[in-house]
Ligand binder design. Sequence first.
Ligand code: UDX
Length: 431
Amino acid sequence: MKILVIGTGYVGSTTAMVFAELGWKVTGLDTDVHKIRQLRQGLLHFHEPGLEDLLKKHIQSGQIKFTTDKDKAIQESDVIFICVGTPSRPDGSADLRFVKQVASEIGQKMNGYKLVVTKSTVPVGTQELVTGWIEAAQEHFYPFDVASNPEFLREGKAVTDALNPDRIVIGSESKRATNLLKSLYHSVKCPFVITTPRTAELIKYASNAFLATKISYINELARLCDELNVNVKDVAGGIGLDPRIGSSFLQAGIGYGGSCFPKDVSALILTARQNNIELSVLEKVVKVNQTQHSYLTDKARTRLGSFSGKKIAILGLAFKPDTDDIREAPALRIIESLLNERAQLRLYDPIATLPHDAKYESVAVCLEVEEALKEADAVFLCTEWPIIRGIDWAQMKDVMAHGNVFDGRNILNAHDMQALGYYYQSIGSND
Ligand code: UDX
């Protein structure tokens, strides 16, 4: 069986590499000539631990190839994974323009039975739309199926997650399609959820929205912990032992970011509204997340009096460690609000970089933690990179002008920091 993956972005590249690793012949297709040229040379255009090694391995083994030749790629394939982007429209809904374009091209060029699979996170009902778009574009009739097979991998852990998933969800109305997809994953040991396409599409949104809910819940509780002199880490540890709650996604901090949670929660709220349902819990989840970074900057402003003219170090820019992704990163929101209040910023992140935008021009980008902390009045810890977790704060005491530490990821111990003479403010773990 020959697999075609259309779209070599984050999900597409990982999907292609994983199927190659599972032993299938894979072609990666993209309209971006530059990206394809880079991939052919074994180079990834984003940071993801272990993925570039897989890419190099399978280019060498001949399991994977990359092309911009759509017609040939579609005709040579048996199973086509659609992994193109589904950006958010201003109202929060998913823009399916690229999915529609790809579906039409598949319809026009197909030369026999094809199984078309949506991997990108797409609104409920997309499988039906894709089926209609392919049918409308077909010049000759060929049978085909469209199935939904959402991806649950996390950035920074994509290879491990994709090769060892918790579950594989297959939304399909055809036995042939279900069996084909199951056979592609035959060597993966995990539960299979075989369901309708609509259910599969909703499982993906409901899953991300539930995890986002856990985060906003613990983040709001952390604010109460600060008032009650209780440590939110202890509360999270205590409640997480109940298997009905679980201990993951209970780390309080400056909020969730990334390409999935913010986008998917908004899209689900909108889908509900379009169906006259109000997802009021999720609306609050978004609200808590939007104000979580300012919870910390408000505390800092109170401590410092004002940000104007203050030298402030920002440690960590990526929305989480092990990625260079800054989409919806809480650090960016903190940077913007501090710049608006005329702070002088020095930024350190091991790999993520600021967007090219005049509004960030005044930010000094540092190559070392110590350089960012030099003569700083305060520091904000925004991403829990190992290098940031491992800072020797005893040594940094003389590097900084004033020892004000605002820990947006609760990575330090309040007592240790206070013993070193720092003013320390976290999010619910000051005790
Ligand atoms: C998420 C889902 O986990 C994954 O299943 C889906 O396929 C894509 O979206 P990802 O966005 O890569 O993955 O990152 P994740 O590790 O889930 O973290 C998302 C955000 O939540 C990050 O900003 C992280 O810092 C934050 N987070 C996570 C918390 O603030 N607290 C936590 O306890 C966990």
